[in-house]
Ligand binder design. Structure first.
Ligand SMILES: [Zn+2]
Length: 217
């Protein structure tokens, strides 16, 4: 397998991360974000969490701060009702339209188009509607619905990145700890499987669906 890197560009890399719920970005692309931060220390990051009670939004904000440290980043919330996104479609769409006016991302992390959670799916669809000619990586969230697919893009994770991602998930999302699936074994297990699928030198990776890539000769 021939690895590829993001093309170099003049000026800082602009990264947009979108998650329906407070922990989605960390679960789906926390390792990739930590890895990109190392390689692009001057990256500008917009971190958007669309739903959540006050408590969940606060934990999302604290987790983002722990994940991003002194990076140049902006945290935004949409205040939409968890589980009801498709029924608030007009407002969610308007949120995306306003986000479009204030961001020009080089890389976008969002939910996967075949995710069976209704909020995740709408976020994925609106991401595609809003940024049509952009580089999008769709991340995966393990869940009861058993909707994991066959991702085609992998980011191998260094041991310190893996440890940091898991530490942030376990430390900052107290509201999720009662859920039977929210534990270190789930996260580590999925990343181990994806590590096998890309022959990661460290054994671990995050995986994404890249709907469209532009390969320059
Ligand atoms: Zn979610």
């Amino acid at each position: 397998m021939l690895p590829i890197r993001l093309a170099e560009k003049e000026g800082p890399l602009n990264i947009l991360c979108i998650g329906a719920h407070s922990d989605d970005i960390e679960i789906g692309c926390g390792g990739a974000m930590l890895t990109l931060r190392k390689r692009y220390p001057d990256a500008r990051i917009v971190w958007v969490v669309l739903s959540g009670s006050k408590e969940r939004q606060e934990e999302a904000e604290r987790a983002a701060a722990a994940m991003l440290g002194d990076a140049d980043y902006e945290f935004q919330t949409g205040h939409f009702r968890d589980g009801f996104f498709p029924y608030q479609g007009l407002e969610v769409k308007e949120f995306f339209e306003s986000l479009k006016k204030t961001t020009e991302p080089d890389v976008i992390f969002t939910h996967h188009r075949n995710d069976l959670h209704q909020d995740h799916r709408l976020v994925s669809e609106l991401t595609r509607n809003t940024w049509r000619a952009h580089f999008v990586l769709e991340y995966e969230i393990p869940k009861y619905d058993a909707d994991l697919g066959h991702p085609n893009t992998f980011v191998p994770l260094e041991p310190d990145v893996l440890a940091r991602k898991i530490a942030v998930l376990m430390e900052y999302f107290g509201t999720q700890r009662s859920k039977q699936w929210f534990d270190e074994e789930t996260f580590r297990g999925l990343m181990r499987l994806r590590g096998i699928e890309c022959a990661s030198p460290t054994g671990y990776a995050e995986a994404f669906h890249a709907p469209k890539l532009l390969l320059l000769g």
